[in-house]
Design a protein around this ligand. Structure first.
Ligand code: SIN
Ligand code: FE2
Length: 217
């Protein structure tokens, strides 16, 4: 018999959690690529710095954002949209790094969306106290594409609801390296991240970084 050498280091939690029909949480999926992802994030943030955007209603968002890929999600007083250029510089967003694309495609495939090829990656930076209220991702052209969402750094709570804002919400803890994917019947489900608790992550520091991959154009 071959001894099970890895039994004692196996994660106590299942590595794949079905959140809803079409929605899965892949625990630790991004860990093998963490160094590439963090190095690439530094390069992106140097070219297109994180900024606190303004909502159409005039509120400054507590989450700081930047983008990479062919298009980036932006908001200002005129509304939410995808823009091929960074409005701060007028230049195209930084290219999507190969490690980002690889992770997004692998995670989407594992979740049942093998044809997903993202053209946009919104990068959210949460510092302690930042939050993202319950919303739907609906500025994308084709809802056949799932959303792939990668968590790095400090842990957060992910609220995942239903098609109506008032539908019951389930909470999941999101840790460094976790990847959530929602599409198909749950593509337009409400979701949000309540206030980030203070802390320091050994690799990322006093923040949480979130990458969300979309098919935007
Ligand atoms: C988002 O909804 O764009 C981000 C979700 C997250 O930060 O986990
Ligand atoms: Fe979202």
């Amino acid at each position: 018999m071959i001894p099970d050498l890895f039994a004692d280091i196996a994660s106590p939690e299942p590595s794949r959690i079905e959140m809803a029909e079409g929605a899965v949480l892949l625990r630790g999926k991004a860990l093998p690529l963490e160094h590439e992802l963090l190095a690439a994030l530094d390069v992106i943030a140097a070219a297109a710095p994180f900024r606190h955007m303004v909502t159409p209603g005039g509120f400054v968002m507590s989450v700081a954002m930047t983008n990479c890929g062919a298009a980036g999600w932006v908001t200002d007083r005129t509304g939410y949209r995808y823009d091929r250029n960074d409005p701060e510089s007028g230049k195209p967003w930084p290219e999507m790094p190969a490690s980002f694309l690889q992770l997004a495609v692998e995670a989407a495939t594992e979740a049942g969306y093998p044809d997903f090829r993202p053209d946009a990656c919104l990068i959210n930076r949460y510092e302690p106290g930042a939050r993202l209220s319950l919303h739907q991702d609906k500025n994308e052209r084709d809802f056949a594409n799932p959303i792939v969402s990668v968590s790095l750094g400090l842990p957060a709570t992910f609220q995942f609801g239903g098609l109506k804002r008032t539908d019951p919400i389930t909470k999941y803890s999101l840790h460094h390296g976790d990847v959530a994917v929602w599409g198909g019947p749950s593509r337009l489900f409400y979701h949000g991240v309540p206030t980030l608790k203070d802390g320091v992550h050994e690799k990322v520091g006093r923040m949480r970084l979130n990458l969300t991959f979309r098919g935007a154009l």
